[in-house]
Design a protein around this ligand. Structure first.
Ligand code: ATP
Length: 491
């Protein structure tokens, strides 16, 4: 598995992710997505939306505002419950989440070895003196304060005059925007249960211990679904909510696999009773084997009827569904698949990373799924001093860029250009050469063909330039390289 340092450095060097406000020394836990990062991010969001909203007849979309009525957060329980217990070191002032202390390696000045300093793996005792950690894991000297509850919501003021302004919050999850619009969507779109609402948007949490690059930040983006089911119905002999919970778990796992995440790097973690959120009947996390170890990639919770009931109670508006068959009003149960865009991006990046040896040389390649790759096609002229070659290459770039992310590059020799594209995961390179445009001096006619090079196999085929858009389109839509190659001449 690739290390986090390698990924962070690749991301910076190749324009995926930069430290926010870097020229001012940076700001903790905020990251900016560069030219390639924003393409990757947009593509993740686009395929998620296509697969989970656009293509499903039982799904609809929504884009709710970040700032909401403050009572939303009282009703949802976030004002009272969205807290993490934290402790502070009295010496170095570092702050820790209590629930993460056992997972943190700790510094120890061991009395059995004249006070030598050791860093002991998380959860282990000192092998010399047998002591377990009691002091600050970072400095190894300071006592920790008793735990205090820390609310993770960012507070802000709405209104022009500070004294009169209403306190509200930056939303810590996109879910509540969906719940408060449940009836609007139901009425305007005339839906029958079960149906779901999907939303992609920013969320903010004043995390006590952000870090590990884009894994845990204070500003991040979520792709969330609230799937409403009738709790009085059964499907295949099981309560509808339980049936749909399992279906969503399968669909989410299948989605990550479909876009290239290796099965071995995915697993399910069922929340134990004491881990469950106050509203949840059952929660399963999809975990990914990140460079920092197995960690949550997304959560899939059965939130029961908790949220709709709470909002009905606090707003005084009924949030129910009329069950025609049973002639009764029901409060739907909700299954919530909730994924972080940034964590998904980190997982796709880590999973795609390979170092390979090609003819005695190291090549770094990001084996992104073609639909996720930030650049779909690179157009490379083989001879940049030939005007007709350069002109043809620009014309190809221009045509393909109507539907795809395409780059043109002529700033190095071809081998170097290929390596550059491999390193950012470009699935196909197209080269224009003398044969394409012909050589009138030598009396060689143009064959009008260009070469397509496949990133993974490094094989090349020649196709008519006029058919290029079609062939690339087929490849991106999933036609196997071997099949396309069989229909074209290998070069
Ligand atoms: P964690 O236990 O890692 O703090 P969580 O269980 O609080 O996460 P949820 O509330 O279930 O997270 O949020 C759903 C998803 O949103 C997570 O699975 C993750 O992908 C993403 N997410 C949550 N918090 C953050 C964060 N601080 N930075 C980046 N992504 C996040």
């Amino acid at each position: 598995m690739v290390s986090m340092e390698t990924l962070v450095s690749l991301c910076k060097r190749r324009g995926f992710v930069f430290q926010s406000s870097e020229i001012y020394g940076g700001i903790g836990s905020s990251w900016d997505y560069g030219p390639l990062g924003v393409e990757l991010r947009n593509k993740i969001k686009r395929v998620w939306w296509r697969d989970f909203v656009q293509r499903r007849p039982d799904m609809l979309g929504l884009d709710a505002s970040i700032l909401m009525h403050p009572t939303v957060w009282k009703a949802s329980g976030h004002v009272d419950n969205f807290t993490d217990p934290m402790v502070d070191c009295r010496e170095c002032r570092h702050r820790f989440r209590v629930d993460q202390l056992a997972e943190t390696p700790w510094v120890h000045y061991c009395p059995a070895t004249k006070g030598n300093k050791f860093t002991i793996p998380a959860g282990e005792a000192c092998s010399h003196c047998g002591a377990a950690r009691t002091l600050c894991p970072d400095c190894g000297k300071g006592e920790l304060t008793p735990p205090r509850q820390f609310n993770l919501m960012f507070k802000t003021l709405m209104g022009p005059v500070e004294e009169d302004a209403a306190v509200t919050y930056l939303r810590p999850e996109t879910a509540q925007g969906i719940f408060v619009n449940f009836d609007n969507v139901l009425q305007s779109m005339r839906r029958k249960l079960p149906f779901g609402i999907g939303q992609i948007g920013k969320a903010f949490r004043n995390e006590i211990t952000p870090g590990n690059f884009i894994f845990r930040t204070r500003e991040f983006e979520q792709m969330e679904i609230e799937y409403f089911v009738n709790p009085h119905e059964t499907v295949e002999g099981r309560p509808a909510d339980e049936y749909w919970h399992d279906r969503w778990i399968e669909d989410c796992l299948a989605w990550f696999r479909r876009y290239g995440i290796q099965s071995d790097n995915l697993r399910l973690h069922e929340h134990a009773r004491d881990e469950l959120a106050h509203y949840a009947k059952r929660t399963a996390d999809v975990q990914y084997r990140f460079p920092i170890g197995w960690s949550e990639l997304m959560g899939i919770a059965n939130r029961t009827d908790f949220d709709l009931k709470q909002h009905a109670k606090f707003s005084g508006k009924a949030l129910t569904y009329f069950d025609e068959e049973r002639k009764e009003h029901v409060v739907p149960y909700v299954i919530e698949p909730s994924a972080g865009v940034d964590r998904a991006l980190l997982a796709f990046l880590a999973d795609a990373y390979r170092e390979e040896e090609v003819r005695g040389e190291k090549r770094v390649v990001l084996r992104f799924h073609p639909e996720l790759a930030p650049v779909s096609v690179a157009v490379l002229p083989l001879l940049k001093k030939r005007d007709d070659i350069v002109r043809t290459a620009h014309a190809i770039r221009d045509e393909l860029s109507r539907d795809l992310t395409v780059v043109y590059d002529d700033t190095a020799a071809i081998g170097r250009l290929y390596r550059r594209q491999d390193e950012v995961g470009t699935p196909y390179c197209v080269t224009v050469d003398v044969q394409t445009v012909g050589d009138s001096d030598k009396g060689e006619p143009a064959d009008g063909k260009v070469t397509i090079r496949d990133r993974d196999s490094m094989e090349q085929i020649r196709v008519e330039a006029a058919r290029l858009a079609q062939v690339i389109g087929d490849l991106l839509r999933g036609t196997a390289w071997a099949e396309v190659a069989a229909g074209a001449g290998r070069s």
